[in-house]
Design a protein around this ligand. Structure first.
Ligand code: PMP
Length: 424
């Protein structure tokens, strides 16, 4: 029995399902990690994998990026949690307001789920309306308002038990890439407070907005006086310094950030228009609070991350996109050589494969992908030292640490995996 199998046996006794987040489990048991550096993860069995999970997108600069680690280290000597204001929190909020197009103010929090939950509450407080519109396959965290037809781990489960029907009843779900469906949903729900959208769906595999779709979403929400929330938990500081908003040139009213903001330390933010943000307590009457919000360690990591991203943005974003493009080009060549039906979606530093001959443009088409072949791909890649997120309904992430050599090895691993899959 190898070490990961042993550890999983132990884990199952004290951790439900043996893990602390459902997507980490896959049959028969997941490998256990011991350390990570750059583009690679090392396991309890002394194997090293090229990592394309990258903290589900959080590690934009790569694991253990030196300036972030140094910032965290030096902060540890000065205290970790003060629960009174610090100048560094202002500095971080100022940096966010400088680079995020919609950000006039920001509130720091800890996780993506918290950010979307409070952004929705804030939109309700601002509009004095109740309903939320989300998109099929869109994932915004594990809280009650947004679990209907959600992506990520929730895509492979029936509706979660424990979520009250009364809570779900206030959430309408419409197909992505279908402006008319959104227009109809708003017409039907005159009590709509907000529309929350992942500008690029990254939790149902990777699904891109069709041309001008996001402009239409902005136009429809604006015309109906509905708050538009961009969930930039994945895309923020990754697709571009100013996130999807900068990439597509569209300004939402509010945006939620997490993941890449701290390059591996837990930190999140809500940012947006001053008149809406001012509704947050204690300035306004929409309550939001957290003991760990703005803790000095996460803030130090986020400042160091943003300093690097701002300083080297002209090097970082083109480089990660180039590495991703060369992996995707190599994968596409290998797919045609192997004559496998597969659609590859990619943008910036993100990509995902769907084993279907059809275009994948929404949840319904994403779910047509052959899950058994995807599972084979995951296993075959792991045998070749490449780790991708274990689920079809996630996205692969390239970081600044991934080199051309990593890309070549990855293409080789995919090519060999496709040959194996084709043989059976
Ligand atoms: N929104 C999106 C788009 C996400 O991808 C995620 C996490 N995968 C979340 C929200 C929730 O973030 P967290 O897990 O930090 O609560």
């Amino acid at each position: 029995m190898n070490r990961s199998e042993q550890l999983f046996g132990r884990a199952k006794k004290v951790l439900p399902g043996g893990v602390n987040s459902p997507v980490r489990f896959y049959e028969p048991y997941p490998f256990f990690a011991t350390s990570a550096r750059g583009s690679k993860l090392t396991t309890a069995d002394h194997k090293t994998y090229l990592d394309y999970c990258m903290g589900y997108g959080a590690m934009v600069l790569g694991h253990g990026y030196s300036s972030v680690i140094e910032a965290v280290r030096s902060q540890l000597d000065n205290g970790t949690l003060f629960c009174v204001p610090t100048e560094r929190e202002i500095k971080l909020a100022e940096m966010i307001c400088k680079v995020v197009p919609c950000a006039e103010m920001a509130r720091l929090l800890n996780t993506g789920s918290e950010a979307t939950m409070h952004a929705i509450r804030l939109a309700r407080a601002f509009t004095k309306r109740k309903c939320v519109i989300k998109f099929e396959g869109g994932y915004h965290g594990a809280h009650d308002y947004v679990l209907a037809k959600a992506g990520s781990g929730a895509a492979s489960m029936p509706a979660s038990e424990g979520v009250l029907e009364e809570a779900s009843a206030q959430t309408a779900v419409v197909p992505y890439n279908d402006p008319a469906a959104l227009e109809r949903a708003i017409e039907k729900n005159r009590d709509t407070a907000c529309v929350i959208i992942e500008p690029v769906l990254a939790n149902i595999g990777l699904v891109l907005p069709e041309k001008r779709y996001l402009n239409e979403v902005r136009r429809i929400t604006e015309q109906n006086d509905v708050v538009l929330i961009f969930d930039e938990v994945v895309t923020g500081f990754r697709l571009q310094l100013g996130g999807a908003s900068e990439f597509f040139g569209i300004k939402p009213d509010l945006a939620a950030f997490a993941k890449a903001l701290g390059n591996g330390l837990p930190i999140a933010a809500i940012a947006g228009k001053r008149e809406i943000m001012s509704k947050l307590a204690p300035a306004g009457a929409a309550y939001q609070a957290s003991t760990f919000a703005g803790n000095s360690v996460s803030v130090a990591a986020a400042i160091a991350t943003l300093e690097t991203l701002i300083e080297a943005k002209n090097a970082i974003y083109p480089k990660i996109a180039r590495t991703c493009d060369s992996i995707v080009d190599g994968i596409k060549d290998a797919l045609s050589a192997a004559q496998l039906d597969c659609t590859v979606n990619s943008i910036g530093s993100m990509f995902q494969l769907f084993f279907t001959g059809e275009k994948v443009k929404d949840e319904a088409s994403a779910k047509k992908s052959n899950a058994a072949i995807f599972r084979r791909l995951f296993d075959e890649l792991l045998k070749r030292d490449v780790f991708i997120p274990p689920s079809q309904f996630e996205t692969c992430f390239v970081s600044y640490a991934h080199s051309e050599d990593d890309a070549d090895k990855t293409i080789e691993a995919y090519s060999e995996a496709f040959r194996r899959i084709k043989k059976q």
